[in-house]
Ligand binder design. Structure first.
Ligand SMILES: Cc1ncc(COP(=O)(O)O)c(C=O)c1O
Length: 416
């Protein structure tokens, strides 16, 4: 099935913005995506008609409660979660992870082990390293193969033992784009008696999340990476969450999920998050023609979009490798495009990543350079002290023409 790209792009008002007559090319999507009009509308509606704290007897308060319930229901469908009580909202993935790490750490004993990955964003590393420091735990590292940019999961087998309590891993790398075999990793963790914590910030915008199928214990993502507002979401398995002591103020509810939601939440963020989920369902229903419930529409929508994104990634990688001096840091084989999200990073033998990103910005092409907080990965790939990499991150609203434009711009900048 082909994607109706004009119809898709028509949902996103910011895609038609220009600066001094120059169109904008948004390739900064792994850092944050643009939002469809339906997200803006839902947030505005919340602020205009449901603007109150939850728990009162009056109209706006009741409506605010409905917004929160609607957002939890949307995330249940988005993640295939068993219950809305397991959906916890927070400011962003980093804050939520720091927060819950404190409760998890309290259950662990000195000498217990946790496994962290060298591929992950620091938000799924440093909270755990600090937890290990504070509770005298041992950190063990899951390395990735620097040739394939993937984990060799037999290495995980060597790290797991009867002292392992937690395995923290990403759904997809924010720098190389590698999609990890989360299901196998979680199964191995479970078989060893450990919990698994999945950072799905970079996979959730591209592939269908299914916490029950993945078999994880915790799952975190951020709506601003999947066409919604700045909002973090944690899913936790109920019987695991119930073991944790929530750090909360005394008057706050003691029950799930509210006990883990510190302070007053962003109801407009929740409204926008629900709308972002509905946007994927809209794609499934309207563009893919999927019938059925929202989950089925989400599946159809995400599959359609990812198929299209794979074509964009293939085109981008083919263009990049044809430029002399460029080295793509990630899976480059088109036959393996199922194993990566369309986030493509590269280095050049001569030009610094920041100079390349600046030259792209002068052409109104938005892209990031640096290590993008994937500190361990940058260290392992030996790019940390040389400015990291240039990251070009298309998503489904980008076009083949835009890919041609960025490749031509790079050819020009890099003199190839
Ligand atoms: C893989 C990954 N994990 C975590 C984060 C942090 O997310 P947040 O900004 O919601 O804290 C990011 C942000 O770029 C990310 O790419």
């Amino acid at each position: 099935m082909t994607i109706n790209i004009d119809r898709i792009r028509g949902q996103f008002p910011s895609l038609s913005e220009t600066d001094d007559g120059k169109p904008r090319l948004y390739f900064d999507n792994p850092a944050g995506t643009q939002v469809p009009q339906m997200v803006v509308d839902r947030m505005a509606d919340c602020l205009l008609h449901s603007n109150a704290n939850i728990g009162g007897y009056f109209t706006t308060s009741i409506r605010a409660g409905e917004v929160a319930d609607g957002a939890r229901a949307a995330m249940v469908d988005f993640l295939n979660a068993p219950s809305p009580d397991e959906i916890i909202f927070g400011q962003n993935m980093t804050s939520i992870t720091f927060h819950v790490s404190r409760s998890i750490g309290k259950l662990l004993r000195p000498g217990d082990e946790i496994i962290l990955s060298r591929m992950d964003h620091d938000a799924n590393v440093e909270p755990w390293k600090l937890m290990a420091r504070d509770f005298n735990l041992e950190v063990r590292w899951l390395e990735f193969d620097t040739e394939t940019f993937e984990f060799d999961l037999s290495e995980l087998d060597k790290l797991l033992n009867d002292k392992t309590r937690l395995v923290c891993v990403g759904g997809a790398s924010n720098l190389t784009g590698t999609i990890n075999d989360v299901k196998t990793i979680c199964r191995k963790a479970r078989d060893a008696g450990a919990w698994s914590f999945v950072d799905a910030v970079q996979s959730a915008p591209h592939i269908l999340s299914d916490v029950q199928d993945f078999g994880c214990d915790f799952f975190v993502c951020s709506a601003y990476k999947f066409f919604g507002p700045h909002q973090g979401i944690l899913w936790g398995r109920r019987n695991v969450l119930e073991k944790l002591e929530p750090y909360k103020v005394r008057p706050a509810p003691a029950e799930l999920p509210w006990c883990f939601e510190t302070g007053t939440q962003s109801h407009e963020g929740m409204a926008g998050t629900a709308a972002a989920v509905d946007y994927f369902a809209w794609v499934g229903e309207t563009i893919s023609g999927a019938r059925g419930n929202r989950r089925e529409q989400l599946k159809a929508g995400l599959e359609l979009l990812f198929d299209y994104e794979k074509q964009l990634a293939d085109q981008l990688i083919a263009g990049l490798v044809s430029i002399s001096g460029v080295r793509v840091l990630g899976i480059a084989d088109p036959d393996a495009s199922d194993r990566r999200v369309p986030t493509v990073s590269f280095v050049h033998e001569q030009y610094a990543p920041s100079d390349i990103a600046r030259a792209l910005a002068e052409r109104n092409i938005f892209a990031w350079s640096g290590h993008n907080y994937a500190l361990e990965l940058a260290q392992v790939l030996n790019i940390k002290d040389s400015g990291g990499a240039v990251r070009i991150g298309p998503v489904h609203y980008n076009t083949p023409h835009e890919i041609d434009t960025v490749v031509a711009a790079l050819r020009d900048i890099l003199g190839s």
